[in-house]
Design a protein around this ligand. Structure first.
Ligand code: ISE
Length: 331
């Protein structure tokens, strides 16, 4: 689709993220409508949305009237099959929630399939790039005012992880954001990963994940997915001539009885705007016939670093990351 008309989006998979995107497309983002939903709970989710078809089968949702783009929010392991069918066989533009694929070889197959097509169809949902604070930090680093970056110190803390969240997912689901943010902020590739797991026993956290980049920058990430005290995502860039930190955010500061207090937003509050901006920009670009956001190459590079991180976590020490050559389509 190019230019005019409302984008009819089929949302595939309507768990927490998918349901959130359905609401966003229906109520917040202009220029698009939810034309179909595919999920076991599709009837309920489509209820009340004008002209929205409900299916359990993604292929049936795709065939619904008025569908000309797809938002995939299903679990990572089924992304390859759905992307190959939807984006690469039917040529539909897709916004695919992270992870692009559960492992590097699956991501590599998608990379090869899209580059054989010779045209970008897929955007990967690394939404931190759409966060105002991250964007300001990136602009500052790009401007070079602080000199070259030497280190990034990142903290990623969740109040509690959902049921079924494994230790491996601390890397593939949570640190995946810092992997993408590191590559994007620095414009460099991650070349090695080390994971330190202090303590002993079952799920050991917080853990420290270290990246080395091809530009000589070292990045540390504290990942703590059951910290119990608040959602915190911080990043401090230490450069040759200064440092800059984001993520200290608080919604309101109260002063009373000789004390001050700041309220910390939760996951949705913290990144709500970023998700809105991500989906809005995807809709706008898709209507112009373009794909502008994080690419399948980014999704593949993150998957490769995650895989190295998972090996490093299970006793692999310092694990190097080797990427395949970057296809011309993504340069
Ligand atoms: C979750 O999948 C997210 O994307 C959140 O942004 C992150 O904070 C959380 O750790 C992940 O599990």
């Amino acid at each position: 689709m190019t230019g005019q008309g409302t984008l009819g989006v089929a949302v595939i998979g309507a768990g927490r993220m998918g349901a959130d995107h359905i609401r966003r497309l229906d109520r917040t983002v202009s220029g698009a409508r939810v034309a179909a939903v595919a999920d076991v709970d599709a009837e309920r989710l489509a209820d009340g949305i004008d002209g929205c078809a409900a299916h359990t089968d993604p292929a049936a949702a795709l065939a619904s009237e008025g569908v000309n783009a797809v938002l995939i929010a299903s679990p990572g392991p089924v992304h390859e099959e759905q992307l190959l069918l939807l984006a690469l066989e039917h040529g539909l533009p897709v916004l695919c929630e992270k992870p692009l694929a559960p492992d590097a070889s699956s991501a590599l197959r998608l990379l090869r399939a899209e580059s054989a097509l010779g045209r970008r169809r897929v955007q990967v949902g690394f939404m931190r790039r759409y966060d105002t604070e991250y964007a300001r930090l990136k602009a500052l680093l790009d401007a070079g005012e602080l000199g070259r970056p030497r280190m990034l110190h990142c903290r990623h803390r969740n109040v509690a992880s959902p049921p079924g969240f494994t230790e491996q997912m601390m890397i593939s689901d949570s640190v995946a954001h810092e992997i993408d943010a590191t590559r994007w902020l620095l414009g460099q590739q991650i070349t090695a990963v080390t994971v330190l797991r202090p303590g002993s026993g079952g799920v050991r956290e917080p853990q420290l994940v270290l990246f080395e980049t091809d530009g000589g920058v070292v990045v540390d990430v504290e990942i703590f997915v059951n910290c119990g005290f608040g959602y915190q995502v911080q990043c401090e860039a230490v450069c040759e001539a200064g440092s800059a930190r984001i993520g200290d955010g608080h919604a309101m500061v109260t002063q009373a009885a000789g004390r001050w207090r700041g309220d910390r937003p939760g996951l949705c509050g913290r990144f709500e705007d970023a998700y809105d901006r991500e989906v809005l920009q995807w809709v706008d670009a898709t209507r112009r016939g373009e794909v502008t956001g994080p690419s399948v190459w980014d999704g593949y590079a993150v998957a490769a670093v995650c895989e190295a991180g998972v090996r490093a976590r299970s006793g692999g020490g310092r694990v190097p990351v080797t990427l395949t050559g970057q296809p011309a389509l993504y340069r």
